[in-house]
Design a protein around this ligand. Sequence first.
Ligand SMILES: Cc1cc2nc3c(=O)[nH]c(=O)nc-3n(C[C@H](O)[C@H](O)[C@H](O)COP(=O)(O)O)c2cc1C
Length: 237
Amino acid sequence: MRPGLSPPFRQIESLLPTRPMGLLLTSNLPRLQISEDAMTSSNTRDSEFPIDAFFLDRWSPRAFTQETIDQATMLTILDAAHWAPSSGNNQPWRFIYALRGTPSFPVLVDILSPGNQRWAQHAAALLIVVSKTYRVASNGEHRLAYTHSYDTGAAWFSVITQAMKLGYHAHGMEGFDKEKAVEVLGIPEGYRVEAAAAIGRMADRATLPDDLADREFPSKRKPVSEIAFEGKFTGEP
Ligand SMILES: Cc1cc2nc3c(=O)[nH]c(=O)nc-3n(C[C@H](O)[C@H](O)[C@H](O)COP(=O)(O)O)c2cc1C
């Protein structure tokens, strides 16, 4: 048994690596760090359990370098996204993207809320994520695809993951004009506009206006006990 492992962590001891192993989510050398409390520390964050550091390293910065991204890299990120799981392999996600330096980019910037425009205009790419709300049954009927947003959320996390593996960060945005997006981007009926995102290479926080620089740090999380319940829901109503 590893010295220093306290009782709750003894149960998961068999899951901990005894020597460096390939981790699925990072192309770098493994960074699974086991402290006395069996937590992982990275990016100024500490987990309660020995998770992969990737999950702590993922965060939503606002400072981007104003570098461009080429289309092949963008499509690599979106190719990764569409390997996400979905109910019935329905693949309800759709992505409308604009690359910095192309005519579409200011069009997408214009759809964002003024608060998000301030920093997202410096990203390498902007993304509007939409999902198809229905499936077509064998008799031609349109039926609600119950998990369409859930599935598209999984694809969004794959966007983040592939982007990070290529040295980029992604920052999701709810703050944008959804009606304008439908109109300007030609989104058909039956699709829900889910969210927007900015993708780019992270810059120094000093490049941000002071008020944003003050908020440019990785956020914390609720305790695991508030979000994970064994057997039945015992959380706050
Ligand atoms: C769907 C979604 C919408 C978000 N909307 C905004 C937004 O409009 N503006 C913003 O600055 N951040 C936005 N965020 C970023 C969140 O505030 C951020 O993910 C959260 O505070 C957790 O921080 P972290 O991602 O750095 O761990 C959004 C994130 C998600 C996933």
